[in-house]
Ligand binder design. Structure first.
Ligand SMILES: Nc1ncnc2c1ncn2[C@@H]1O[C@H](COP(=O)(O)OP(=O)(O)OP(=O)(O)O)[C@@H](O)[C@H]1O
Length: 297
């Protein structure tokens, strides 16, 4: 049975007269992976700030495991881990010393927990290194390590992979996925990289502070994009004649409902086709369809 870890209802934030987050409803299942997508300035950090109790909402309610967040701040804060966009590590100190300092901010974090977190985040070989000598991806792992020392139930990460190369991004995602299982963590993150949303169980897309879509990446792709059949042929005119199409563009791209529809078209034009590709919609197309904007990083 699924348990709801976090619920936000009608969450809004105004700065002066400007509403930067408007009436957001969010629900996060325990143990799930949720991604919040939006362009620069869409309101992602403000939303994370409110969900983690660091930014006071102008209106709306947040519940953690049924507790009203603002009425149980110490309890809720103990449940939450946060990885900020900007690292809070001391570059002059070693990985281990940074973790010890962070652990000292909490009551009763045993030394064994520091060792455990170092292993979980694959930092064993780097534990004596100065943080300023680490690569961007390694530093991110230390950020993540410090955020889980107190064994939070839910980990929030604000753009944890921005600026990292694709391999490092994948390694961070793999590590988070591993931690989700071993630590029984719920993960909520914002990202600029739309392909990363494919890893999430649930995706929220916000634009100008408003929720514009929510669902699994697969469901969003199915709802907001078309599958395409791309065809190359010696004579596109033959294909147009058979299919009753007037245009002759190269390469020829035919929107189709699903793979079955593509097969049926291919059957009709098979003698004229040199080669073809069948393309699924992407989260990028979902984003453009919903917002009219490209996501830039
Ligand atoms: N403390 C503040 N005072 C006034 N305006 C603010 C404050 N914090 C954020 N804003 C404004 O609120 C809007 C949303 O900002 P937010 O940082 O939440 O967006 P974001 O989606 O996280 O953007 P980015 O991807 O660039 O981090 C922006 O227009 C920003 O300028």
């Amino acid at each position: 049975m699924q348990t709801t870890r976090l619920t936000a209802k009608n969450l809004s934030k105004k700065y002066g007269t400007r509403e930067v987050v408007s009436q957001l409803d969010i629900s996060v299942e325990a143990g799930s992976f949720t991604a919040l997508l939006g362009t620069n300035g869409a309101g992602k950090s403000t939303t994370i700030g409110m969900l983690t109790t660091l930014v006071q909402p102008t209106s709306g309610e947040i519940y953690y495991d049924g507790l009203v967040s603002k009425e149980h701040l110490p309890k809720v804060r103990a449940k939450v881990g946060i990885v900020f966009q900007d690292s809070l590590l001391d570059g002059a100190l070693s990985v281990l010393d940074n973790l010890k300092i962070q652990a000292g901010l909490y009551k009763n974090i045993p030394k064994e927990r520091i060792d455990e977190v170092i292993k979980l985040t694959k930092l064993t070989a780097l534990s004596k290194q100065k943080v300023s000598h680490l690569s961007g991806g390694q530093r991110r792992r230390v950020d993540i390590a410090t955020s889980i020392l107190h064994q939070p139930d839910i980990l929030f990460l604000d753009e944890p992979t921005t600026g990292l190369d694709i391999q490092t991004r994948l390694a961070i995602w793999e590590m988070l996925e591993g931690m989700r299982q071993t630590e029984n963590l719920t993960i909520f993150l914002t990202t600029h990289y739309l392909d990363e949303a494919n890893f999430a169980d649930n995706v929220y897309i916000i634009d100008d502070g408003k929720l514009i879509a929510n669902g699994s990446a697969q469901a969003l792709i199915q709802t907001y994009t078309k599958e395409n059949l791309q065809i190359e042929a010696g004579q596109l005119s033959d294909i147009c004649r058979v299919l009753g199409l007037s245009e002759e563009k190269f390469p020829m791209i035919i929107p189709v409902a699903d793979a079955q529809a593509a097969i049926s078209i291919l059957n009709k034009i098979q003698p004229y086709v040199t080669t073809f590709t069948y393309q699924h919609g992407t989260m990028n197309e979902v984003f453009v369809a919903l917002t009219g904007k490209e996501m830039t990083s």
